[in-house]
Design a protein around this ligand. Structure first.
Ligand code: NDP
Length: 292
């Protein structure tokens, strides 16, 4: 392996430390404690794990964590009524509805019922539009975490060729918008892209958000490129479940200049950015200076 490993776990811990400092200042100087409400409908096991660790980390940085656990058969009207209450609650600055929602609920309608100023996931159509037009938005946490790691590792991203593999609304598209905002030349690749390997080989920055285990191999990577692996895939190895990314770490690490591991790369940054977004939302709601 010749690539530098980008340690998302350590970076995320630093970000959470900065969030904690900001929270302590908000409490001491203004008597305001940021509050994050997480709404979980049903009992999807992966969502349970995420919600639990979000709650723990929210409390660890000194914020108020409120969890609303609703039955899987909760009606849309009841869920919308809860969100309306949270929108009106001045002690709640961030609202996150854990996805995926059970099939009978309209996710788009639910997400768009969140006050955009409290939409710390950045999925509300207003925030999508603001990000797309280069205005101040709440930015989706996973791509924001990727951007922070890229800036930290590379400094100025201006003029670099970036390829984002994946065009989902929650990762691929906002990632591309953020890279464009930092003046990269951006290509978005997807399942219909022709000769994906050669498109990827043009990238100084390669972001994989595909959902296919170890699909991106060393021959997709330009020597010295920075590779960010968003994927979280569970595979069976010798009868045991193993977590791997969309990037084949071994072969890519021999070619890349820097690479994020899975686990310990993008994943930890996602929750750190959620906490950072909640502090940002709290500062904006109170007309106070935002964290840098
Ligand atoms: P989606 O399934 O919504 O999107 C996957 C994208 O990959 C689609 O745009 C699809 O193209 C494209 N794709 C699929 N197959 C290929 C292929 N063979 N070649 C090129 N492109 C392909 O996934 P998400 O964006 O939600 O998530 C992507 C990955 O990131 C998943 O592994 C997910 O678990 C992980 N993830 C990790 C997070 C974290 O915190 N680390 C947070 C969110 C997601 P098309 O549009 O043409 O179908």
């Amino acid at each position: 392996m010749s690539a530098v490993m980008i340690d998302g776990k350590a970076f995320a811990a630093r970000v959470r430390g900065q969030v904690a400092v900001h929270v302590a200042r908000l409490v001491a100087d203004h008597g305001i404690q940021p509050g994050l409400a997480v709404v979980l409908v049903g009992s999807d096991p992966a969502s349970e794990v995420y919600v639990k660790s979000k709650g723990r980390m929210t409390r660890e940085v000194g914020m108020i964590s409120v969890e609303h656990r609703l039955e899987a058969d909760t009606s849309e009207a009841d869920l919308l009524a809860l969100i309306a209450d949270l929108n009106a609650d001045p002690t709640i600055h961030g609202i996150l509805v854990q996805l995926p929602l059970p099939g009978h609920l309209n996710s788009e309608l639910v997400i768009n019922s969140i006050d955009p100023a409290k939409d710390v996931d950045g999925f509300h159509i207003s925030n999508v539009g603001l990000l797309g037009t280069g205005q101040k938005a709440m930015v989706p946490c996973t791509p924001l975490g990727c951007l922070m790691m890229l800036r930290d590792h590379l400094g100025d991203l201006s003029g670099l060729n970036a390829v984002v593999v994946g065009r989902s609304n929650i990762v691929g598209k906002p990632m591309a918008q953020l890279l464009l905002g930092d003046s990269c030349t951006v290509t978005i690749a997807h399942s219909r892209t022709r000769d994906l390997a050669s498109v990827c080989r043009g990238a100084d920055i390669l972001v994989a958000a595909v959902g296919r285990a170890q699909m991106i191999t060393g021959d997709f990577v330009k020597p010295g490129a920075t590779v960010i692996d968003v994927g979280i895939n569970r595979i069976e190895v010798d009868g045991k479940t193993k977590l791997v990314g969309d990037v084949d770490f071994e072969s890519c690490a021999d070619v890349a200049g820097a690479i994020t591991p899975v686990p310990g790369g993008v994943g930890p940054m996602t929750i750190a950015c959620l906490l950072a977004n909640t502090v940002t939302a709290c500062c904006r709601a109170n007309g106070l200076a935002e964290p840098a």
